[in-house]
Design a protein around this ligand. Structure first.
Ligand SMILES: Cc1cc2nc3c(=O)[nH]c(=O)nc-3n(C[C@H](O)[C@H](O)[C@H](O)COP(=O)(O)O)c2cc1C
Length: 435
């Protein structure tokens, strides 16, 4: 298993480090106070506060976009995570939790979806798979096992030896005898398709998203015929137009600062380009969103909502090992790098000895997708199992917004703060309007 399941829940909000973020104090609550209610007969200060909150509530309803109604969610805040606890918590808090399925075997995915169904209440959630447009072995008529064997045979020994050497030099222990490592995972259509089929057996999944390209037409049709929406990520107008042409319901546009696989154009430039090109398909803005202020900027440009990833890594519910959470909490916005070192495709992660070594000129060039991940999967699993020894060579996908995350907080609080900040930003702009 790569990332799935949260073996232990960290129940309390543990403030590890203060970095003067705007998120120091949680808002009391997200009360919805009807306009003018409870104002008569109270002190002037209280009246002003309630009037202010009442105005905020009215404006807050402007956060609601059409996709909220289509998906049955309260806030257009989408949260990508490989951890089922985070997914369920986001959906329960009114956003849409999106479970990243690439790291799961079919059986693991079944168990995780069953768990989410039991813990998400009546709320909807989503699943994200990876069916890349291009990869080695695409179109081969082989079973998953045959494909894995054939791909594995094409990996140069030099790459495997180099990966092992880096782990040994860093002192990361070997896995216990017989511990399974799935090398291919869901990185191909052959291995992702069973994950989609399992997903469609779960009624509360209302959206299926695809990373790394437009999903094949038969996959889109099967998902839409089941009454669900289909989304896909992109980082350029070209890819957005391909998604639109394929009839996708939602396009997620990710700027370069985002965590995971990402393009090379920044959010503030690529979002409006894609929003224009995709029209009338709704676009979710991704890449660099960690506060409601950033969310307001995206919505001001015409985004239908936001799609976030990095900010959930260090939440109380997240299952990343404590040593890795600590690394994330210490990272600044300058500590990430876009590298092919882990998956073979440009992916934003925390820079460390592993990324420096693979990115150096005199070392093996990373292979393509999915071969490079087949080389590095051992390091991913060992890094997860022995996190405290592996931080210098560990796989830590993260966007630049990681530098603004300074404390472990429960998911619900992160969402509440985002909404408060969003309302602040909207009010600030409204105050700039002439009377
Ligand atoms: C740890 C991590 C793993 C990710 N894995 C995937 C993935 O498997 N599939 C996918 O569509 N996006 C993946 N992403 C990208 C997110 O879906 C999202 O687009 C991105 O995190 C948004 O930018 P942000 O990190 O600045 O919030 C990943 C992001 C992170 C941080």
């Amino acid at each position: 298993m790569l990332f799935g399941g949260c073996p232990q829940l960290i129940p309390n909000c543990r403030i590890l480090r203060g970095r003067g973020s705007a998120r120091g104090n949680p808002p009391a609550q997200l009360a919805v106070i009807p306009a003018k209610a409870g104002i008569q007969g109270q002190g002037v200060g209280r009246v002003k506060n309630e009037q202010k909150r009442s105005i905020r509530t009215q404006r807050g309803s402007k956060m609601r976009t059409e996709i909220c109604d289509k998906l049955g969610i309260e806030y257009p805040i989408f949260a990508f995570s490989h951890c089922r606890d985070v997914v369920a918590a986001v959906s329960r808090a009114g956003g849409l939790g999106v479970l990243g399925a690439v790291g799961f075997s079919p059986d693991e995915l079944k168990a995780n979806l069953k768990w989410i169904d039991a813990h998400v209440g009546d709320q909807p959630y989503a699943v994200d798979v990876v069916i890349p447009s291009k990869y080695q072995g695409k179109g081969e008529d082989m079973s998953a096992e045959e494909l894995e064997k054939a791909l594995s045979a094409s990996i140069p020994q030099e790459h495997r030896d180099f990966a092992k050497k880096l782990l040994a030099e860093a002192g990361v222990p070997e896995l216990p005898e017989g511990h399974p490592v799935q090398e291919l995972l869901g990185w191909t259509e052959t291995t992702a398709w069973p994950l989609v089929e399992i997903t469609l057996g779960h009624d509360k999944v209302r959206l299926v998203a695809n990373a790394l390209g437009t999903p094949p037409a038969d996959v889109v049709k099967e998902i839409q015929d089941s009454g669900r929406m289909v989304a896909a990520l992109c980082g350029s107008v070209k890819h957005a137009l391909a998604h639109k042409q394929a009839g996708l319901d939602i396009i997620v546009c990710q700027g370069s600062e985002g965590g995971g696989h990402t393009g090379d154009v920044g959010s503030i430039v690529v979002w409006p380009e894609v929003i224009d090109a995709a029209d009338p398909v709704p676009v979710l803005a991704a890449g660099g969103i960690g506060t409601g202020h950033q969310m307001a900027a995206a919505m001001a440009m015409g985004a239908a909502g936001v799609w976030t990833g990095t900010i959930w890594l260090t939440t109380a519910e997240s299952d990343w090992p404590p040593a890795q959470k600590e690394t994330y909490l210490k990272a600044t916005s300058r500590d990430t790098v876009r590298t092919r070192a882990w998956t073979g495709k440009p992916c934003r992660v925390l820079r460390n000895d592993w990324t420096d070594a693979w990115d150096a000129n005199d070392t093996p060039d990373p292979l393509g997708l999915p071969l490079q991940y087949m080389v590095t999967s051992d390091a991913v699993v060992r890094g997860h199992m022995y996190a405290s020894q592996a931080q210098s060579v560990g796989f830590s996908p993260a966007g630049q917004i990681v530098g603004s995350v300074s404390a472990v907080k429960p998911v619900r609080l992160v969402i509440q703060e985002m909404i408060e900040e969003y309302l602040d930003a909207v009010e600030r702009l409204n105050d700039l309007m002439p009377e």
